[in-house]
Design a protein around this ligand. Structure first.
Ligand code: 5GP
Ligand code: ZN
Length: 113
């Protein structure tokens, strides 16, 4: 298995896992851009949103439920946070295992793009 996120999910590579269930894993980003920077990923390897099918809808919807749980644990639910899924070169996706960034704990710049 040469996907770093698959290895973190399987416990074969180090990662600060904050939440895990049968479908989804959440762990801290190794290079945080804000006080809270967590990656929430499906346990099933999908390279990006481009690979998803209808079968994955429930799992990918669950990423949002886990984002809400982690935001609560991190105490940033009220102050707010940003959820981002980079897809492909123009978005700067570098890890090809679908992941949602949960970023918060500070006021963020806007607009994006
Ligand atoms: P992307 O640009 O693909 O959306 O973001 C990939 C993210 O994965 C980056 O924020 C990067 O810091 C993070 N990352 C890359 N390698 C590792 C790793 O080995 N462990 C963890 N926890 N995060 C990683
Ligand atoms: Zn993977």
């Amino acid at each position: 298995m040469n996907c770093i996120f698959c290895r973190i999910i399987a416990g074969e590579a180090p990662g600060e896992i904050l939440y895990q269930d049968e479908r989804v894993t959440a762990f801290r980003d190794i290079h945080p851009v804000a006080p809270t920077h967590v990656l929430i990923v499906p346990n099933k390897h999908l390279a990006s949103v481009n690979e998803m099918t209808g079968e994955d809808e429930t799992t990918l919807g669950h990423l949002l439920t886990v984002a809400r749980l982690v935001a609560e644990q991190e105490e940033i639910q009220a102050s707010g946070y940003r959820l981002i899924i980079n897809t492909g070169p123009h978005a700067g996706q570098v890890i090809h295992h679908l992941h949602m960034h949960l970023i918060g704990g500070q006021r963020m710049r806007y607009p994006m793009g």
